[in-house]
Unconditional design. Structure first.
Length: 328
């Protein structure tokens, strides 16, 4: 009789106390796997994983991945890097170190354990794109010396490292490029457009739009993004990526702001400020590869996801969220 028992895996989630990392940990714990969450709490909140601390198959290790770490694991998800402009520009040197040194340490662990490892890369590798929507074959248009380069180029270098480990050592790697994602547990002061708009609306502030408001973004709800990452890790084909994960529905920043004002019932006005350096005019994923290889595509409409996100924001105390830890 064949063994039908599910395999319990030992899974490390680096950056597991962050916005997406905490939801990924939750999914993996609920699936019965032994999950190790590693986080240095540079930008994340311990409250994000507080509800998991009593689970017997969850373990939290406070550690900075720029330093070596020795564990025995079957799979590694590398989400360890500040991912929001307000956070990754707060300490750009730390951001670059986390992307590069963190990847070196984690992929070295994967090589030693022969573990499968997934790199959570970003749509920022495309920079301010001249190809729209952005397919994985597009090499991007990135300013290597601009204020966003610490994140953009750090993630690009990490992708290079992952691909070289695969070519040289035949390591089972996976790379996903994550486009704008939103949902409960976003840090209200992270500088992301969704969290900024909702926080400003709920606190009675005017909503700040940088630029003319006609620049576009696509927004994927957090649960669907996490599902895409898990499908990529579990993918048994020879495809290692990169694969875009995001919602192909495109909205202007002004449309997003108007929707947030409507859903919150706020009296906020829209105020315009100059666009920051290297801010992309368009950002939208081509997800043909994700549809074909992972049988994945987002289903949750932006308005529906925003309603859930606004509801969560209404229930939190903004004063409990601390800024990034000053560590140079």
């Amino acid at each position: 009789m064949p063994d039908t028992m599910p395999k319990i895996k030992r899974i490390l989630v680096a950056g597991g106390a962050g916005f997406l990392g905490s939801h990924l940990c939750e999914r993996l714990v609920d699936a019965g796997h032994d999950v190790i969450c590693v986080d240095n709490f540079f930008t994340s909140q311990k409250e994000n994983i507080q509800h998991l601390l009593d689970r017997p198959n969850f373990e939290l290790i406070r550690h900075d991945v720029t330093l070596p770490l020795y564990l025995e694991v079957d799979e590694i998800y590398n989400l360890a890097c500040p991912a929001a402009p307000g956070h990754y520009q707060y300490n750009p040197i730390k951001t670059m170190k986390t992307s590069i040194l963190g990847s070196i340490n984690l992929i070295g662990m994967a090589k030693r354990c022969r573990a499968k490892i997934l790199q959570a890369s970003t749509s920022e590798v495309y920079g301010d794109p001249v190809v729209h929507p952005q397919p994985e074959t597009y090499n991007g248009s990135v300013n290597p010396i601009g204020p966003r380069a610490c994140y953009d180029e750090g993630k690009r270098a990490a992708e290079t490292l992952f691909m070289d480990y695969h070519r040289v050592h035949r390591l089972p790697v996976r790379v996903v490029r994550i486009f704008n994602t939103y949902g409960p547990r976003m840090h209200p002061y992270d500088g992301r457009v969704v969290s900024n708009f909702i926080r400003q609306a709920l606190t009675g502030e005017d909503i700040t739009i940088y630029g003319d408001g006609n620049q576009t973004r696509s927004f994927c709800y957090r649960d669907e993004l996490v599902e895409g990452m898990i499908r990529m890790m579990d993918n048994t084909s020879d495809v290692i990526g990169p694969i875009n994960l995001g919602n192909p529905d495109e909205f202007t920043i002004r449309e997003l702001a108007e929707t947030v004002v409507e859903l919150t019932g706020a009296k906020s006005r829209l105020t315009m400020k100059p666009s920051p350096a290297d801010d992309p005019r368009q950002r939208c994923p081509d997800i043909a590869s994700a549809r074909k290889i992972l049988d994945w595509e987002p289903k949750i409409a932006l308005r529906d996801g925003l309603e859930k996100t606004v509801e969560w924001f209404r229930g939190i105390d903004f004063d409990r969220f601390r800024p990034p830890t000053p560590c140079y």
